[in-house]
Design a binder for this molecule. Structure first.
Ligand code: FES
Ligand code: FE2
Length: 353
């Protein structure tokens, strides 16, 4: 792993789409958020356009997030300069002439599938080299979803580690999606990937359904259970679920049964803190039409359990600085993702980004 303090420029992979927030967070007020050490204000204009600007008025430096949102943009809360979504000042109250330097840095922000994607370029002002990711699940009528944003007092890669190693379900999440620890630890694990992606696949045939599954779906007994994790540099997609034993082909992407599809965006705030923005989508059985709320509540509880563990882990890492760690069999996926991030960061440091 790249020692986080040893990287002089950006310790984060750049030229990437990161998640800045979830659509419903932008209502009638500007939102301040630190993303990859950059102070950003996010807002939705009165006409519905979303925007991300540097959170500093170019007049006397008040955060623009202290201002108000109007139809045309965001207005500074000190002397009223009005900024358009592109960052240009378009009004100086009481003065006809707008100084040519009256503008703030703008980021490319795209709203897609209820997700706000921000382009974090290597070079200031550079345009995206590719389109923001699609997340089809949010638009699929078979699924309903809800989500939340958690703040973590821990470096972002500790969250990657956690999500790429679902063996922890058997120990951390006994009350919800966990179940038998031995089944998790002994389940066959397949790790594959190419480019900047890693996939971790785990199947647990003929195993007992965990509490959340039982509450959500009328299983007849044991289930064939799957966990498929896809790591991307800024977000992970995790498809878990189960079906009555021997009723579904676990290699079929269209298989039936109970599905939980998690969207997990991990956006570094600083080297040592992160934003965890997630949604959980699930389908429902015709006999249980109202499962979403229960699935959501149990997911939120589950993710709080992760937060407690990861923050405690990081606190202890600080108490034992530089203490060696060992690897075990469950670390193959997390280590592969760490190598990707390390390669990208090293590359941009070498290239002077
Ligand atoms: S500080 Fe923003 S208008 Fe003066
Ligand atoms: Fe977890």
């Amino acid at each position: 792993m790249v020692p986080l303090n040893a990287v002089p420029l950006s310790p984060f992979p750049l030229d990437q789409w990161y998640v800045a927030g979830l659509s419903w967070e932008l209502k009638d007020k500007p939102l301040a958020r630190t993303l990859l050490n950059r102070e950003v204000v996010l807002f939705r204009t009165g006409s519905g356009e979303v925007a991300a600007l540097e959170d500093r008025c170019c007049h006397k430096s008040l955060p623009l997030s202290c201002g108000t949102v109007e139809r045309a943009g965001v207005r500074c809360g000190y002397h009223g300069l009005l900024y358009a979504p592109g960052g240009a000042c378009i009004e100086v109250p009481g003065q006809d002439r707008i100084p040519s330097k009256a503008r703030v840095k703008a980021y490319t922000l795209v709203e897609k599938d209820s997700i706000l994607w921000i382009w974090m370029p290597r070079e200031e002002g550079a345009v995206p080299t590719h389109e923001a990711p699609d997340y089809w699940v949010h638009g699929d009528s078979r699924y309903q979803f809800k989500g939340d944003v958690y703040h973590y007092d821990a470096p972002y890669q500790l969250i990657h580690d956690n999500l790429l190693d679902l063996s922890h379900l058997g120990y951390v999440h006994l009350r919800t999606i966990g179940g038998n620890a031995a089944v998790h630890m002994n389940a066959e694990l397949k790790v594959e990937g190419s480019g900047d992606k890693v996939r971790v696949l785990r199947y647990m045939p003929n195993s007992a359904p965990p509490p959340t599954y039982l509450a959500a779906w009328p299983f007849k007994g044991n289930i064939d259970r799957w966990q498929e994790v896809e790591f991307n540099v800024s977000h992970l997609l995790i498809w878990t679920g189960g079906a009555d034993v021997s009723t579904e082909d676990l290699s079929d992407p269209q298989r039936g049964g109970f599905h939980m599809r998690g969207f997990h965006a991990i956006t570094p705030e600083t080297e040592t803190t992160a934003h965890y923005m997630w949604t959980m989508a699930s389908n429902h059985h015709p006999d249980r039409p109202d499962v979403l709320e229960a699935v959501y509540e149990q997911t939120a509880l589950t993710f709080h359990e992760d937060k407690e563990v990861i923050e405690a882990q990081y606190e202890n890492m600080k108490r034992f600085p530089g203490a060696p760690q060992i690897d075990i069999h469950v670390d193959v996926g997390p280590n592969r993702a760490r190598r990707i991030v390390e390669r990208l960061v090293k590359q941009q440091v070498q290239e002077g980004a």
